[in-house]
Design a protein around this ligand. Sequence first.
Ligand SMILES: NC(=O)c1ccc[n+]([C@@H]2O[C@H](COP(=O)([O-])OP(=O)(O)OC[C@H]3O[C@@H](n4cnc5c(N)ncnc54)[C@H](OP(=O)(O)O)[C@@H]3O)[C@@H](O)[C@H]2O)c1
Length: 253
Amino acid sequence: MSTPGTLFAEGTKALVTGASRGIGAAVAIALAEHGCDVALNYRSSSARAEEVGERIRALGREALLLKADISDEAQVAAMYKELKTAWRSLDVAVLNSGVTADGHLAAMSATKWQEVIGTNLTGTFYTAREATKQMYASGGAIVLIASTSGIAGRAGQANYAASKGGVISLAKTLSYEVAPRGIRVNVVAPGFIDTDMVKKVPPAQMKKALQAIPMGRMGTPAEVAQAVAFMASPAASYITGKVLTVDGGMIPN
Ligand SMILES: NC(=O)c1ccc[n+]([C@@H]2O[C@H](COP(=O)([O-])OP(=O)(O)OC[C@H]3O[C@@H](n4cnc5c(N)ncnc54)[C@H](OP(=O)(O)O)[C@@H]3O)[C@@H](O)[C@H]2O)c1
């Protein structure tokens, strides 16, 4: 039973990758506010992940910290094993970890290409595969974080846009495969959101980007988090294989 005003039944078990900061941290906190216990994956920001964990515990929920590089298959397998030992079930997985390494394609090194594809696409493959296996018997909900760049493309982001377009195709395909098992798979595609990631965008480019947003501003991690919480929750029980853009109206869809 969920308490009034929350989206999830008390004690729902959720995993969020890349939960140490930015969108992932906001998602983890929103899920906890809506009734979930949350496992927080991160790559290296231990202190920041611990801060997010403390905020979740202060809400009266459980928080579990899981350090793993999602681009490493063995580390992902070990992380899910630890999760299964701690909590026998997994109800929600928000696969959010991601990186950028922007530059025009003509001058892009193979290293920059592989770095972004390795984390954003292959890492999402590893984490989605393990989440699916853990949800096979009892069902669940998976939300993958893509980007408007993965739908509309964006100059200087060939590696990133290709990785996020791949994430969308992966999600749609997986949604068909696991629907009979009671697992829903959806995508949230943010536009420009105020996190460390966009701090890397040069000011002139940022100014131009903001002019292309009908709402005239960046989004906040909390605004993305509410959309993710909805897609992951029983309130979205008949929605699967879909992409929800959270972008202030930036792309036509
Ligand atoms: N911000 C935007 O405008 C925007 C727009 C569209 C889509 N997105 C997507 O939203 C997601 C979150 O972005 P953000 O802006 O919140 O980014 P962020 O502030 O840079 O945070 C990235 C998070 O991902 C984690 N991470 C990165 N590489 C990892 C790896 N190999 N293994 C495990 N964790 C890893 C980081 O962990 P550490 O702290 O330990 O490094 C951190 O928690 C990404 O998938 C991004 O592509 C963002």
